[in-house]
Write a protein that binds this ligand. Structure first.
Ligand code: ADP
Ligand code: MG
Length: 322
């Protein structure tokens, strides 16, 4: 006997999604009407990001509902962070194979743990039946001229990354390839895979400092290449400077660890460039940040990525759905 309950569509929204976030004073009308009414503060631009995650494509079907929800919002927050935006609202389009109360409770808990941390209000969505798919749209603000774009990198700018690279990809390998690691490393790496930390505060602090920024979803090289393409420049990366965790160093050869940091996806760290005249201001900001940042290279006039201190061959197309 199970005591699973299968709430109907409106009961489901009412029980698991309505009034779970704090009310924002700039929300004129949230869940319950045909659309939300939102007040963008004067002198700010609305920043909108959307990401869909599909069971079996973006996460393993056995992933816990808490982690699915957490990551679905985290990847959107990461996009806002990479724009230098302050988070405000989210909407949620949820496609479920069935309406299962235990599943929904965990999903709701994961979603609102992160939403409330960033004072975001869930203001609407859509609920449908079908293969498990979660789409979140996140909205935020940035003053005009202060958004961090991919297009501003110039020769001579230093290249930085936040946090540590490669952990999320090794976490995925633990789940899919049964790699043997210590219990502590397993806990740490799975956490890094399932619950990325969006670098929102860092993104905000880089306004007026970074010349370009992107979040690393497909791997450092693939995402840095987007900055280079959009900015019309190239880069030299010193592979010895890449920030690696002890867990990564201890469980992979030196070359494999470097490769994973260069190409592994799902880290959701920020990669950004800083012109020399803003370096002093950067240091001041970084001293106030909880996440460390590392200078890993420099922007060149010449297109392409040169790797210092790396002898192996590497391919870094990133993940493409089509
Ligand atoms: P409509 O048919 O007008 O699109 P719905 O019946 O789909 O409205 O939704 C009713 C209300 O509940 C709307 O305000 C909608 O934004 C909200 N809603 C529906 N699904 C979700 C969800 N998964 N999360 C948050 N709000 C939702
Ligand atoms: Mg609808």
């Amino acid at each position: 006997m199970t005591n699973t309950v299968y709430p109907g569509e409106f009961a489901l929204i009412e029980s698991y999604f309505k009034n779970k976030t704090q009310l924002r004073s700039d929300t004129i009308l949230g869940i319950g009407d045909d659309a939300a009414l939102l007040h963008v503060p004067p002198q700010q631009l609305l920043v909108a990001a959307i990401d869909t995650i599909v069971s079996g494509v973006h996460f393993l079907p056995e992933t816990s509902p808490y982690d699915i929800a957490y990551k679905a919002l985290a990847v959107n927050l990461s996009d806002l962070a990479a724009m230098g935006a302050e988070p405000a609202w989210l909407t949620l389009a949820l496609t479920l194979p069935q309406s299962d109360s235990a599943w929904l409770q965990q999903f709701s808990d994961g979603l609102f743990a992160l939403a409330n941390q960033y004072h975001m209000q869930l203001v609407g969505g859509d609920t449908t039946r079908g293969p498990l798919t979660v789409t979140i749209q996140a909205h935020g603000f940035v003053p005009p001229q202060q958004a961090l774009l991919r297009s501003g990198a110039q020769a001579g700018d230093k290249i930085y990354v936040s946090g540590i690279l490669g952990d999320a990809a090794l976490g995925l390998k633990i789940l899919t390839e049964n790699i043997i690691v210590t219990d502590d490393a397993r806990t740490y790496l799975l956490q890094r895979h399932h619950r990325p930390s969006p670098r929102v505060e860092l993104g905000l602090s880089l306004r007026n400092i970074a010349s370009s920024a992107i979040d690393i979803s497909d791997g450092l090289l693939a995402d840095l290449q987007h900055i280079l393409d959009t900015s019309g420049v190239g880069a030299t990366v010193d592979v010895d400077k890449l920030p690696l965790s002890n867990a990564l160093r201890e469980h992979l050869s030196k070359d494999d660890a470097k490769k994973m940091a260069l190409t592994g996806g799902d880290d959701y760290e920020l990669c950004f460039t800083v012109p020399s005249q803003h370096e002093a201001a950067l240091l001041v900001q970084l001293n106030q940040q909880s996440v460390p940042c590392t200078c890993i290279g420099v922007i060149n006039q010449q297109p392409g990525i040169l790797l210092d201190n790396f002898a192996g061959k590497i391919e870094y197309a990133g993940f493409k759905h089509f």
